[in-house]
Design a protein around this ligand. Structure first.
Ligand code: FES
Length: 174
């Protein structure tokens, strides 16, 4: 246990003392050791400590879904998830979806359907869709709309997102 130095991203102001821990995070099947406060958000650790910048900062309040990652295959908002709460769990980010040079079916379907415009929401959308398909491999349109409700796209590409998830479901079925 160490008191965080004031010259890092954490700060020490009189009574506000940040305590860092060295913790192991398993991200995309790779172990990372980080020296951070367990109260730091997972999103900040991913982006600022590990340079895994695929997950995006949007609202910072758990509302928009831009920061979505998978913890043990379940979609969570990394901006409101404390790093200390996910030590030892399987964390998957958008960087970990591609396997052996092959895109995940959701990624491939998003390209095939030409879903995104500005693409800021894309990583979070894709991760939520992957989680949705893990729970329900053949979702109806209503299932998709309901399952993706927490992900906001300011470009309004929702109809194409639904189409891409249906297509990804078909790709997975082979
Ligand atoms: Fe995490 Fe918006 S940035 S939900």
């Amino acid at each position: 246990m160490t008191l965080s130095p004031c010259d890092k991203k954490e700060y020490c102001l009189h009574s506000a003392i940040t305590i860092n821990f060295i913790m192991d995070l398993l991200i995309n099947s790779k172990k990372y050791s980080v020296n951070v406060s367990p109260d730091e958000s997972l999103l900040t650790v991913l982006r600022n400590e590990l340079d895994l910048t695929g997950s995006k900062y949007g609202c910072g309040e758990g509302v928009c879904g831009a920061c979505t990652v998978l913890i043990n295959d379940v979609a969570v908002r990394s901006c409101i998830t404390k790093a200390g709460s996910v030590a030892g769990k399987n964390i998957t980010t958008i960087e970990g979806l591609e396997k052996n040079g092959k895109l995940h079916p959701v990624q491939q379907a998003c390209l095939d359907v030409d879903v995104f415009q500005c693409s800021y929401c894309a990583p979070g959308m894709v991760m939520s869709a992957v989680s949705l398909l893990k729970k329900n491999s053949a979702p109806t349109k209503d299932d998709i709309v309901k399952g993706m409700q927490g992900n906001i796209c300011r470009c309004g590409t929702y109809p194409r997102i639904v189409k891409a998830i249906q297509e990804a479901s078909n790709i997975q079925k082979g």
